[in-house]
Every structure is written in C-alpha cells, then in structure tokens.
Design a protein around this ligand. Sequence first.
Ligand code: AMP
Ligand code: MG
Length: 344
Amino acid sequence: MIILGLESSADKLGVGIVSSDGEILANLRKTYKPPRGSGVLPREASEHHAKNISGLIKDAFELAELQPKDVDLIAFTRGCGMGPCLRVAAVAARTLSAQLNKPLIGVNHQVGHIEIGRMITNFEDPVVLYVSGGNTQIIAYTEGRYRVFGETLDIPIGNCLDVFGREAGLSDKDAPMGRVVELLAEKTNEYIPLPYVVKGMDLSFSGILTATLKELKKGTPTDVLANSLQETVFAMLTEVTERALSHTRKSEILVTGGVAANSRLKEMLNQMATEHGASFSGLPAPLAIDNGVMIAWTGYLMWATGQRPGSEDYFVDQHFRVEDVEVTWRSSSDNARIAKAELS
Ligand code: AMP
Ligand code: MG
C-alpha cells in the first residue's frame, strides 16, 4: 500500500508519502513565519498552508516517483491544533479522496508523533515526552489507549522558550528560536534560581516565564537567563517523565516534538534513563517536528487494523485528545491483523 499523509495543525505544512512496509518515500515541509516579534497567527498560517499545499503535494509525488493514482489511502491530521490551519489539510484530503476515489482517514496528531517514534526507534512500549511549540505532554500506553500522565497546565514549553527569546531580542531568522536560546545558554554555566512548578504530574511554565522576563527587565544578562530557564524547565520535564517511567514500570523513553532537538534536554533525559536501566532515544529532526509521514504511517496502522471512519470523522477537531483514539494496532495479535490486511 502507498499512503499519503497531510499535516497542517499549526505553523508547519507537511506532506509525507510512505509505503505499508514503512519505507519513507517523501517527507516535505513548509513553515509559516509570523511577523517579527509575534507568535503564530492562525489565520495567516492557514493562508500560507492553503497557498502551498497543492505545490507541496506535487513535489512529494515527484520525489517519490509516483503518480497520485498510485495512492491507496489518504491520511490527514484531524486534531488537535488550530482550527483554520487544520482545515487546510482536511479539505485537501477530502478533495483528493473524491477525485482519486481513494479512502480517507483522520489521524490524531499526538498518536502520529508516537507511532513514527516507535517505527523509527523500534521501541516497543515507550514513555513518550512530547515537547513542541504547541504541546507539552507525557504519554504512555495502557489498556488499549495512549494516556496522558502529565501535561502543562498553561503554556507549552516551546512557547515559553520562544517568548523568552523574542523578549530578549533574539532573532529566529536562521534557526528556530528554541535553538537560538540553546546556543545562548551554552555560553555560560551561571545559574539563578527561578520558580520550579511541578504540581503532581502536571507542569506550569507561565510563572517561570514571568519571573524570567522580570529578571530581563532588571538587566540580568540574557545568557544567564537562557541557561537558568533551560536548566529549570528541563529539570521539571525530566522529573515528571521519571515519575511516569516508575509508575508504569516501562523501560523505554522517547522524546519527540520540536523541543526534542535540544541537546541539554536529551542529556538530562538520557542520564535519568541510565539511572533506571531504561533505554532512551530521540528522533531525527525531520521526523520529530510536525510532518506528514507520521500522519501517513498512523493512518496506515489504523486502516490495516480495520478502522473505517464515519463521515463525521472527515472533519477536524481542534480539541481531539490522544486518549479519544482506540489503539487497535497494538493488541497481541496486531502484527497478524496488519499482515492480513496486507493480503486483502
Ligand atoms: P513543533 O511545534 O514540534 O514544530 O516545534 C517547534 C518548537 O520547537 C518551537 O518552540 C521551537 O523554538 C522549538 N525548538 C526547535 N529547536 C529547538 C532546540 N534546539 N531547543 C529547544 N527548542 C527548540
Ligand atoms: Mg506536533
């Protein structure tokens, strides 16, 4: 089977093509850039995606050396995400499905991140730390579903780093803001205490951001603030991930999402994993940040294990939660079911 995956839930537009044996045939992406000093403007981002989606799909087919008619299944991100952005991929997917007379399947964004992670790392059953511009969640599989063990109570980690970077006057012209903050943090080991807010299994980043911006106004050097902010928020994430690992008695940790590119975060998680005798892995950046491949692959797993969406599933759901998805492809007989679907 050949599966096309379309992702447009936030600032990135992704088009992926995979085969059912897990070969990645294309993984293309275009990123909307907000006006300087501003965060993602959903309306503008959706206009960017609408303008680029047909060209990007065409490029993906060219790269994969395939024709649209070769596609067997079209997958798109149903949610969660920003409504106007999500609708771009959903509309394109519905149109293509009607034109090509090929089935359509809506995919949960988080499940996409997890499944591409499992496929690439060969991890069987990891605790997943998902850290991005729009999300911060600690997720693990129990009893037929992925469940959120902890999450941010306010702003996402990536947003916290991005706002700090913007207020500190850093430019994200040449690299994502989180990367620019990371490079600045590497310039010093000096550390000032900032509020460390873990509530049970949940995290809060807005207080620490406010405190950091207050220090910035007082004239505390930006490298000291970048370092202190990173050390504090990454320690918070590591603490909650560690607790999820202990509670679930799992033995693998996967980190994904845009912030997962951060070396210091990976270092802390790796050290914690080693202390528990657990395996740790990140993902190559093109598969850790939002992408169409993860949607295509997850759409395939759903389809191959018998999921057939109703017409209501063809529409987006901004608040689609990871635990709303029945994970049909991980039962003990999942491989047999997938193999059977291949034959039919
Ligand atoms: P995503 O929402 O998954 O596309 O990820 C985007 C987020 O990842 C933004 O907040 C970026 O600033 C952040 N990011 C990218 N690279 C890094 C890095 N090296 N360290 C920390 N954050 C990063
Ligand atoms: Mg994402």
